[in-house]
Design a protein around this ligand. Structure first.
Ligand SMILES: [Zn+2]
Length: 128
């Protein structure tokens, strides 16, 4: 085989490997993408990637609210008692924050807290 043709073959093989690897990574990032769906006024379903779907009540989420109204920023001590949060609290807006977390606007007022994915996974989920 002529040397140039041999080099071209090597280049094409390498290019094919790169294309396959990029496709594999794109596939796995789709599988791991977090998304959510509001099930009803009080419950959200969060999809942690393709396989895992977890339901949370908005009241349980607000009990873990990380906003400055709920948690003292210097001490980390919770300022609002979980008992003071109504079980019927709703979310008026829900927004993904980059690849990091989710921001909820609750009917009872809290709207600035960003729940990191790690923090959300620690919150008690509900089963039906
Ligand atoms: Zn709050």
């Amino acid at each position: 085989m002529h040397r140039c043709v041999f080099r071209l073959c090597l280049f094409l093989d390498a290019a094919k490997i790169v294309v396959e690897e990029v496709e594999r990574l794109e596939d796995s990032s789709k599988k791991n993408a977090v998304s959510f769906k509001k099930l009803n006024a009080h419950t959200i379903s969060i999809f942690w990637g393709e396989e895992q779907e977890v339901h949370y009540r908005f009241s349980d989420l607000q009990r873990a609210c990380p906003c400055a109204n709920c948690v003292d920023e210097s001490t980390g001590i919770r300022k609002v008692s979980p008992l003071d949060i109504d079980d019927c609290v709703e979310a008026t807006a829900i927004e993904l924050v980059g690849r990091y977390g989710i921001k909820f606007q609750f009917s009872s007022g809290c709207s600035t807290g960003i729940y990191s994915y790690n923090a959300l996974k620690k919150i008690e989920s509900v089963t039906f």
